[in-house]
Design a protein around this ligand. Structure first.
Ligand code: 13P
Length: 343
C-alpha cells in the first residue's frame, strides 16, 4: 500500500474551503428526483443534468474537491464527446465512484438492511481506477426503529464489517475509501437517541477498520450529523446539533483520520450549511470537517434546471451558490445573511 499517495488524495478531498459533491444517485433514486421536477429519467437527461453541474466552473474549481459518480456516469461522455470524468479533472476536482450495490433485507432482523457489493469488488476497483477514480464510497444504512429494538447488534456489526472489508480492498488497490455509516434521521427518536446510536455505530466501525488493517490516514469518514428524527417533536438548535455531533466524533474518530465529510441526510439546504459552519466555529478540531452532500447541494439547482436547456445558467448559479455557502461553512465563515443576499 502506498499510504503517502492515499493520504495526499484524502487530504485533497477535505482541503479547507472545499468539499465533495455526491452525484452518485442510483438510476432509481435519480428517477425519483427527476419525477419531482417533471423530467423523464433517461441516460441523456441524467447526462445533461450532471454535465450542467460539472461545467459550473467556479463551483467546481473553488469549492468542490471531488465528485462521487455512479457507474453509468463514470462511463458517460458530455454532449460534445468529452468524458464527464475529464470535465471534473479539468476543473481541478477529483473523480470518485460509488461501489456498493445497495441494500438488502438482513435476515431475522426486521426492518434492517445490509449493504451488498463485496463479491468481485477488487476487479471492479481495478476497472474504476482505470476510468480515473481516485476514491470510492460505500454506504451502510442503520435505521433507528421504534418497534423491534433497532438497531440490532447483528445489523451494526455486519455493516461495520462490510465497510471495513471494502475499505481494505480500496486501499490495497490504491483508492481512498469514503467510509459511510449512515444512521438515518427517519423516525421519531430524539437527538440523544441519535447520539447514542451514532456513537455505537462509529465505535464498531473503527474497531472493524482496525481488525481489517485499514490505514486511517488514507480514508475519509462520511457520517451523519447528530440530529433528532424527522418526526420528533423535540427539535434541536444549531448549537445543540453542532455540540452533540462534535461530542460523538471526538469520542470515536481518531485524529489520524484526515477528514470528516458529512452527508446531509434529509436536512434542509440551509440547515446542513449552518450545522457544518457551527461545528467549524467550535474548533480547533483534530480533523478537517467538510461536506459530502447530495440533496443539500442539488435541491436548488435541480429545481432551477427542471430539464430545460434555457435554465442551465440559472441552475449553475444555484449550484455555485450552494457550493460557495458550504465552502464557507467548511471554514466556519458562513453567515445566514449571505443566503438572504443571494435570494
Ligand atoms: P445526502 O447528502 O443527500 O444524504 O447524500 C449523500 C450521500 O452520498 C448518501 O450516500
Amino acid at each position: 500500500m502506498n499510504l503517502e499517495a492515499l493520504n495526499k488524495v484524502a487530504e485533497a478531498m477535505v482541503a479547507p474551503g472545499r468539499g465533495i459533491l455526491a452525484a452518485d444517485e442510483s438510476s432509481g433514486t435519480i428517477a425519483k428526483r427527476f419525477d419531482a421536477i417533471g423530467v423523464p429519467s433517461t441516460a441523456d437527461t441524467r447526462r445533461d443534468y450532471r454535465e450542467m453541474m460539472f461545467r459550473t466552473h467556479e463551483a467546481m474549481s473553488k469549492h468542490i474537491s471531488g465528485v462521487i459518480l455512479y457507474d453509468e456516469t463514470i462511463r458517460q461522455n458530455a454532449k460534445d464527446g468529452t468524458p464527464l470524468v475529464k470535465l471534473i479533472e479539468k476543473a481541478g476536482s477529483l473523480p470518485g465512484i460509488k461501489v456498493d450495490k445497495g441494500t438488502k433485507a438482513l435476515p431475522f432482523c426486521p426492518g434492517e438492511v445490509i449493504t451488498e457489493g463485496l463479491d468481485g469488488l477488487r476487479e471492479r476497483l481495478v476497472e474504476y481506477r482505470g476510468l480515473g477514480a481516485k476514491f470510492a464510497k460505500w454506504r451502510a444504512v442503520i435505521d433507528i426503529g421504534q418497534e423491534h429494538g433497532q438497531p440490532s447488534y447483528t445489523c451494526v456489526n455486519a455493516n461495520a464489517h462490510a465497510l471495513a472489508r471494502y475499505a481494505a480492498l480500496c486501499q490495497d488497490e490504491g483508492i481512498v475509501p469514503i467510509v459511510e455509516p449512515e444512521v438515518l434521521m427517519d423516525g421519531g427518536h430524539d437527538i440523544d437517541r441519535c447520539l447514542e446510536v451514532t456513537q455505537w455505530v462509529l465505535k464498531e466501525t473503527f474497531q472493524a477498520l482496525f481488525f481489517n488493517r485499514v490505514a486511517l490516514e488514507g480514508m475519509v469518514l462520511k457520517p451523519n450529523m447528530t440530529v433528532p428524527g424527522k418526526k420528533s417533536a423535540k427539535r434541536a438548535s444549531v448549537e445543540e446539533v453542532a455540540e452533540k455531533t462534535l461530542r460523538v466524533l471526538k469520542a470515536c474518530v481518531p485524529a489520524a483520520v484526515p477528514g470528516i465529510a458529512f452527508l446531509s441526510g434529509g436536512q434542509s439546504d440551509e440547515e446542513a450549511t449552518a450545522h457544518l459552519d457551527a461545528m467549524n466555529r467550535m474548533g480547533p478540531l483534530p480533523w478537517h470537517l467538510t461536506f459530502s452532500y447530495g440533496r443539500a447541494l442539488q435541491h436548488a439547482p435541480q429545481k432551477a434546471w427542471s430539464g430545460k436547456s434555457e435554465n442551465v445558467a440559472a441552475a449553475q448559479r444555484a449550484f455555485n451558490h450552494r457550493a460557495m455557502m458550504n465552502g464557507l461553512a467548511s471554514l466556519g465563515q458562513w453567515k445566514a445573511d449571505l443566503e438572504r443576499k443571494a435570494a
